[in-house]
Structure formats: structure tokens, C-alpha cells
Design a protein around this ligand. Sequence first.
Ligand SMILES: Nc1ncnc2c1ncn2[C@@H]1O[C@H](COP(=O)(O)OP(=O)(O)OP(=O)(O)O)[C@@H](O)[C@H]1O
Length: 661
Amino acid sequence: MTRSERLMFGGALRYDLSFTRHEQPLLRLSFWQMARQFPAMAALVGRAAWREDRRALLALLGAEAGQGLTRAFVLVATNRVLVALFAGGPTVERLRQALPALLAGCAVAAVAALLSAVSVAASGRLEPKVERVCTARFYRGAVRVELAALEDADFHRTLDAGRFGTDSVRMMLRSSITVVNALIALLASAVVLALLHPLLVLMLVLIAAPKGWGAVLSARRQYASRHAWIEHRRAISVVTQKITEHGCGPELRVHGAGRMLTDAYDDMSMTMEKEQQRLATAEAATQTAAAAVSGLATLAAYGVLWLLLTGGGMPLAVAGTAVIAVRSAGSGLTALVLQVNRLYEEAMYLQDLQDACEGAERQAIPAGGTPVPRPLTEIRLADVSFSYPGASEPALRGVSLTIPRGRVVALVGANGSGKTTLAKLVAGLYLPSAGRLTWNGVDLREADRDAIFDQVAVLGQDFPRWPMTARANVHIGRSDQRPDQERIERAAAEAGAADLVEGLPHGWDSLVVKGFERGTDLSGGQWQRLGSARARYRGAPLLIVDEPTAALDPQAEVAAFRSLRSLADDGTTVLLITHRLAATATADLIYVLDRGRLAGAGTHRELMSVPGGLYRAMYELQAAQYAVDGTGNGVPRANGVPRPGNAGTGPGDSHVDRVQG
Ligand SMILES: Nc1ncnc2c1ncn2[C@@H]1O[C@H](COP(=O)(O)OP(=O)(O)OP(=O)(O)O)[C@@H](O)[C@H]1O
């Protein structure tokens, strides 16, 4: 373990042996068991190829099989040429005898070249398609996975491992085709050799076996290493990514964090280097052993030929063909071994991809379910508890509450009291561990979750800042419909984002990500307005907002809370999570959470009237910062929203604070 790993990640980031022993059965498979899996893996890719472009697949298979057969024809033609050349008679006559076979050999070689061109074109067409289909299946599955499943480290690892497999799809197709080609070529050579002398086939097998063994051994070693180091690699990429990330720039420089990260890169990469060296040394040893045994077998093959020739058991022309056949079979074999090596390794990664896809499909949010009657009238939680997978303490315990339609419902409570968790349950992102959560009387467990998602808009604390244009950043809120510029602009105006977009160099077409053409960056508050525009553009009957004003200036904050109020007046149910208790004061209903339990419910006035109540204590603490009392006396109000500060100036008033002399 490196120093950096201990400091930054709390320990070594490698899966120990138990992972490879218990969780990677592929590594325990023998070559023959693995070989039996090839057809299934090849079929996986083959089926995708068949679905996407069967003409290209057939052309590819035909061209490869044809190329293999041409090699046998070339060998037969060579044999004919040699027989003619080694026969008695004048040279001109022997050449004339050899000419037809020579011409046939040339014609077959030309056909082989054409077939090779067909194969290149067809595979160029097919490979990207198959890669796209298999990769898209993986990503489609990944976005449908239940959020709770992603909390499980093992499942997360399975998904992560699947990502390596997406590169393997293309390789698998290519390697499978090349292996088919090499096998046909080898078979052709073996048939020709068997016809010449059966003993030569045995020699061919002896030459091949050690190389095959070496290839399989290397592939397994590489695969095991990659798996064991997967976390380590991921950590290196996470660390280095931060070095160029825009938001990290200031701390990297001012705090000198850059040095810590670059040192960590050095440190962790050095351990990877050692692993690479270990692999290379092992690989070299395996290759040498395989080449030595294979070389001895080749020597033996030539020895047998020698004996057959000197003993008169074989004519010189046949021996000549045999030498060419052994040589061509030998090089074909090397190609085959290389490809089998690849295929073996790729098959393992492809299996990971298959496992990830199947896992994602198993853990997918179910499609369909009981329809939820519209419009949304009420969401009810009855004795709901929820624990995050692997967590020792539940995040919510026996919570019962109701969220009625068209109201602003505020969730308040200390950090970690369960507000965000509760909101995620309400949105259908998590299912309760116990108790019932119903949407219009339909239990979340049976409900059509897509229909629920369709009625929810979220603006989370750490909402995504999509690296796209300003327009796409809003439109992605309702991307199942065609972009509607008029609605986009209305949503932006309501969220206070219209001016900011107008001020961008390319307006709605400005890329709000630095580092691209037309790219520009936004301030935290500007991002929050854009995020809010997105949530509004979605136009869902339930809007969940988690600290929607954390980055806004006071004026924008007041406007934001006021517009939430007017949304509710228009029938939208607003679930508001905030620590700004001045804003919750105008909510229709406030729920107070304390360590996962419901500790209070009512209006601001009701909760303030509870002596020693948690809400009152929190409110008074916050109000004290502004030197106002909890009853609202002296708190200036702008359209019903309490505003801290001195009376007399509305949020929109422009004035210069003066100290009266
Ligand atoms: N993904 C998670 N996995 C495990 N535990 C989690 C996860 N998310 C939150 N928790 C835990 O659940 C509890 C409730 O967290 P939650 O985020 O709901 O609190 P919150 O009230 O929204 O806090 P804050 O005011 O800080 O946003 C906390 O103890 C937290 O550590």
C-alpha cells in the first residue's frame, strides 16, 4: 500500500485474493471449460451483428471462410508446381507442366486478396454497430438501475467492471472472425499435411500446444491483474481528473493541493508500474518456455521429414510442400494463438459486460405497475422507515405524514435528520424499508414508477450542471418532448434566469461548460437559476426543491421563495427542504425531522407556540442572528415573505446603505 492510498483512501485499493477466488469463477475455469464458453460469447456478439446488419455479417463470414480455403488451394497448387518441377525432362517442358498450377495459384491468391478487402469493408461496417448496440444496452440498463442498488458496493463494482467490457465487444467480434479464419486455414493445412503424411499432423499439434498453453496462461494472468487493480486504476483516474477540473483550480493553487495530487499520482502509478513489470517478467518467462518447447517440436517435425526423405518414404516434391505447409501452418498457428489469447481475455471482459447488463436488468426499476390516478391529490406516508443498504442506523424511522396537493410543504431539521432521504422516497427513488408510502392511495411498491417520475420535478442540493448549451440545460427537464423555446423562455423568466441567458455571448446556444468552443462558465447562483428553470420547464405537479436558494443573493432568494408560493397557488405541490426558516414561515405545512423521526408538524404559528419545541428553538436561533424576534415583530415582509434586515426597503428597492452622521 502506498502512502497516498493510506492518506487519501484509508487503505490499499486492491481486491484481495478472496475476490478472485470467490467472485471471479471465470478465473477458475480451465482452458477447455473456457473454450466451451466461447460459443456463447461469440453468439452474444453474433446475435447483435445479425440483428444490426446481417448482410455485412454474412459477407464477413463468407470472406473469412473463403480466405481460409484459398490457403488450402494455394498449398495444393504449390504441391503440383513442385511435382512438375522435380519431375524428369527438359526444364522448359517441366515449366510448361507447372504453368497451369502456377496460374491457378495466382488466381486463387488474387481471389484471397479480394476476399480480404471484402472482409475489411464488412467488419468496418459491422464492428461499430455491434459495439454501439452492446454498449447502449449497458448504459440503458445503468440509468434504469434502482438508486438503492447503486449503494451496494458489490453491485457498483459489477457495473464498473462492465464498462471495460464495452471495449471488448469490438475486439471479440474481430477476434472471433480471425479465429474462424485461422482455424479454417489451419484445418486446410492439416488436411494437406495428412494427405502427404499423417505423422506431419501430429507434429503440427506438438508445435501448437505449447504456444496455446502460454497464451492462455498470459491471458488469465492479465485478467486477474486487471481485476485486482481495478479500484486502484479508478482511484488514479479520479485523482488526476481533479487536476484539470475547473472548480478545483483555486484550491489546487492556493492551498497547494496540486502537489498532494501529483505526488499521489506518482506514488500510486509507481505501484502500478511494479505490477506491469511483474506481468512483463512473468509473460517473458512463459513465452520463452512455450517457444522452447514449440521450437523443439518444430525441430522434431523437420527431423521426421528428413528421415522420411532419406528412407525413401517420401518424394522430394512432397517434402517441399510439407515444409511450406508446416511453415504456413506454423505462422497461421502463431496468429491463431495470438487471437485465442485475445479472445480468451476479451471473453472474460465480455462476460463482465454481460453480468453487468444482466445485473442492471435484475436491479432495474420495474416498468409498468398499478397506474396512479391523476391529478395528484395526496401523498401519504404511514409509519415509513428507511435504511440505506449497509448502513447500521436507519435514516428514517416510523415517519407518518401527508403532503396535500397545491401546498408548500416544508421539511426542516438538522443536518442528517433525513430530509433529503424523505424527499427521495416521496419522489419514488427509494422504496420504504417498512411502512407504506402512497400516491393518491396507490402503494409505491406496486405503483407504475415511471408514471410517478413523470409527475415529479426535482432540484436537488447538488443538482447536475449539464455540460451542454443553456437551452439543453433547461430542455433536459422534459427531454421526452420536443424543445419548446417559448416554454423554455417562460420557465427561465419565472426562475430569474432570463437576463443571465441574454447576457451570455451566444444566448441560449452558449455552452455552459468551460473549455469548449462557445463555452462559458456560470456563477453558483446563475447555475441555481438555470437549474430552477429546468425544474419549472418540467411542469410536474410535484416540485421537490432542496435548498433552492443556497447560492442566491438575498433579492433573488426572496423572489425564488415568492415564486414557489405562486406555483403552489396554481396547483403545484411544492416540497421544500431548507434551513432558511424565514422562508418556511410562509409554508402551508411544516414537518420537523429529528434524527430520522418526525418531531413536529403544523404551520409556523402552531410550531412557534410549542414551548421548548425544536422548530421554535431553531427559528429563534436563526432570527437572533438578524436581531428580530420569533413572533415576526419587526420582521419586514415583502409580499408575505419575511425578509431579514431593516424595515422600509423592499427587495427591489435600490438604495445605498448610509451611516447617518
Ligand atoms: N447514500 C447514502 N448512504 C448511506 N447513508 C446515507 C446516504 N445518504 C444519506 N445517508 C445518511 O442518512 C441520514 C440522513 O441523511 P439526509 O441526507 O437525508 O439528511 P438531510 O436532513 O437531508 O441532511 P442535510 O441537511 O445535511 O442535507 C444521514 O445520517 C446520512 O449520513
